[in-house]
Design a protein around this ligand. Structure first.
Ligand SMILES: [Zn+2]
Length: 334
């Protein structure tokens, strides 16, 4: 597969406004804190404008994001003209105008491009190419020449323990990657590569011939079982898809097999396992528990299963999905 990394100022500008509006649970609070720390608190006018923006994006959702990320910058507004009402378009443009001075303060094109180039270089390492080969076999990707576009978004975080974050909410061949400053040869850099490949894996799973079958099995076997007391609330299908991808990367078996920084030493350190155990106890008692931590516990327990598939060069099949579902059901009932 080919990954085309791309930086667009307009996409970053949209991301900045959209994240500040906190319209979706996936908006990153930490970014907003960092941006406001750098540029000052929002004025009354900005607060009013952003809440108006929130109303518009709540109506159009990720479709709007897709327009800003997928079209060439010059065409974005023309394309939006066809998708939005006139009044919405006017309000949207007004939001960009009002937030422009603030965005200009945080936007540094060269810095973002340099981050992207360094990331691309690390990505070309042979170990990650081998990882992708395993990924293709397991997720039954027959079209090895597939071209993916990766929209690079500037993450304002630059502390230790900060990695990239990703999203695959647009279409079959495009993901976004929020890229912070990453030190060469650090676990943060390697994990960030894992995040990128995680998002790609989502697209491969969703597109595989296997997906419709997978969907029907999950819906039939897990009616309302998983998501009762886990947060954030997601559907069973989303939960299991996420789990299957996490079984591979960024802390699943493919990371264990190919990474320099092995998940069994990092993500599943003694300290982290204790946190997972506590969360799991809550889940069992029917108390509110973290969904991402619950999945991590399940990944930990299913390591031997996915390892066998990868080493035998087997693709995902019914028996694999049944084993995953069985583990969840057993964990829930016992
Ligand atoms: Zn995911």
């Amino acid at each position: 597969m080919k990954l085309n990394l791309k930086v667009s100022k307009l996409a970053n500008n949209f991301f900045f406004i959209s994240n500040l509006s906190e319209w979706h649970f996936s908006c990153r609070k930490k970014y907003n804190d960092a941006w406001l720390k750098q540029t000052g608190n929002l004025s009354d006018l900005e607060n009013k404008t952003i809440s108006d923006f929130r109303d518009i994006i709540l109506k159009h959702g990720f479709e709007m994001e897709k327009s800003f990320y997928s079209f060439p910058e010059k065409e974005v507004w023309n394309k939006l003209e066809k998708k939005l009402r006139k009044s919405e378009l006017r309000r949207l443009k007004k939001t960009f105008d009002i937030f422009n001075p603030r965005f200009e303060k945080i936007w540094e094109k060269d810095a973002v491009e340099n981050k992207m180039k360094a990331f691309q270089k690390s990505l070309n390492d042979e170990r990650y190419c081998l990882l992708v080969e395993n990924l293709n076999v397991f997720l039954k990707n027959r079209d090895k020449k597939k071209n993916f576009t990766v929209i690079i978004l500037d993450s304002p975080l630059n502390e230790e323990n900060v990695t990239a974050a990703g999203g695959a909410n647009m279409d079959d061949l495009m993901i976004s990657l929020e890229l912070p400053v990453l030190k060469p040869k650090s676990w943060e850099l390697e994990y960030s590569i894992g995040i990128l490949l995680h998002e790609i894996a989502h697209l491969l799973l969703k597109e595989s011939d296997y997906f419709p079958y997978f969907k029907s099995v999950v819906n039939a076997k897990l009616p309302g079982l998983v998501n009762r007391n886990i947060r954030p609330r997601i559907t069973n299908l989303e939960f299991i898809s996420e789990l299957i991808i996490e079984l591979l990367i960024p802390f699943g078996y493919l990371a264990q097999k190919h990474f320099i920084f092995k998940p069994l030493k990092t993500s599943f350190s003694k300290k982290n396992l204790n946190v997972l155990r506590e969360n799991f106890k809550k889940f069992r008692q029917g108390k509110e528990a973290s969904g991402s931590r619950l999945r991590k516990t399940l990944v930990w327990r299913l390591y031997p299963v996915v390892k066998k598939y990868i080493e035998d060069k087997k693709g995902i099949d019914e028996s694999f999905v049944q084993k995953v579902i069985k583990t969840i059901l057993i964990e829930k009932i016992n």
